[in-house]
Design a protein around this ligand. Structure first.
Ligand SMILES: Cc1cc2nc3c(=O)[nH]c(=O)nc-3n(C[C@H](O)[C@H](O)[C@H](O)COP(=O)(O)OP(=O)(O)OC[C@H]3O[C@@H](n4cnc5c(N)ncnc54)[C@H](O)[C@@H]3O)c2cc1C
Length: 274
């Protein structure tokens, strides 16, 4: 019997198979790849790491690693040359043919991820770190047993995760969601069997999510909250739920998907030096 353990994540070379503009802010990219048959997903808010090439490279420069040592192996490469790492969500993973779909919330030319998505075209090459086991640690939506209803707040970067979560919800679970988007055209309603009431907040036209939530009347029973989006908003929502609404902090999953004025590289460096 073999005692070898298989790393639950590995790098995949992927190539753009199709690009679709979903809305003013959202661009959907479908990826193909020779090894995609081995990729798995837990669905829900399954996170993955995309690696982008630097200007002048036709594919990201990646370490030669089978996934067991991926992070130190990537870190050991020259930052000016190695693939630029950014975090995204598996919007879907489908078979026959194998396709990984990622929805990009674009924010102009201010970051390599957004910049790449704005120009994405069939044939473009990226790498991705993704799971090869369906049950893996890279998703956060884990409602405790006994949850009576679900509260969600999100922005457009978390809309792909909300779509994955909504698709996995049991029929008739009561859900109250507040989703902030840049443009009225970005209100891409996630399909669900749950009993979901979604309040769309168009930035600049509606109240910010923290204010909308503060004014809301919430159902009784045991809630579970999943909160994602810009870091300062996420912190404010969590504080409101725990301190003012009396949510059990263990029943609040919160995740800063980006921080205003800070790149993902800077966030990573700050987390490492903390
Ligand atoms: C678990 C997880 C899952 C995620 N899933 C997705 C996903 O499926 N789709 C998706 O689009 N994003 C997703 N994100 C968010 C994404 O990783 C960040 O938006 C990331 O900063 C984008 O990289 P970039 O290279 O475009 O910008 P960076 O180089 O990281 O940042 C450059 C500048 O742009 C700003 N910025 C970053 N994002 C935005 C934004 N959305 N609006 C305005 N300004 C911004 C930064 O504050 C910084 O000033 C996810 C994040 C996490 C943690």
């Amino acid at each position: 019997m073999s005692t070898a353990t298989v790393a639950p994540f590995r790098f995949f070379d992927i190539v753009v198979a199709g690009v679709e503009r979903l809305s003013p802010t959202m661009i959907r990219v479908a990826f193909a790849g020779p090894a995609l048959a081995a990729m798995e997903s837990a669905g829900r808010d399954q996170r993955i790491k995309l690696f982008f090439p630097h200007p002048g490279q036709d594919a990201p420069v990646m370490p030669d690693d089978d996934g067991t040592n991926w992070y130190p192996a990537w870190q050991a490469l020259d930052p000016a040359v190695r693939g630029i790492m950014r975090t995204y969500t598996t919007r879907s993973l489908t078979r026959a043919p194998d396709r990984l779909v990622v929805d990009f919330a674009v924010h102009g030319e201010t970051g390599p991820g957004s910049r790449w998505a704005l120009r994405a075209a069939p044939g473009d090459r990226l790498s991705v770190l993704a799971p090869i086991v369906a049950e893996n640690v890279a998703y956060d939506f884990r409602p405790p047993a006994g949850t009576d209803w679900l509260l969600v707040t999100a922005d457009e970067t978390a809309l792909p995760a909300v779509a994955g979560i909504f698709a996995a919800l049991p029929a008739d679970l009561p859900v109250r969601a507040w989703i902030e988007v840049a443009d009225a055209g970005d209100r891409l309603a996630p399909a669900t069997a749950a009993d979901a009431e979604v309040t769309w907040l168009v930035r600049g036209e509606a109240a910010p999510v923290t204010e909308a939530l503060r004014a809301a009347e919430l159902p009784g029973g045991a809630p579970y909250a999943w909160v994602a989006g810009e870091s300062a908003t996420v912190r404010a929502v969590r504080r409101h739920l725990v301190r003012e609404r009396g949510f059990d902090r263990r029943a609040v999953t919160f995740s800063g998907y980006w921080r205003r004025g800070t790149t993902e590289d800077q966030l990573l460096a700050a987390a490492e030096s903390a």
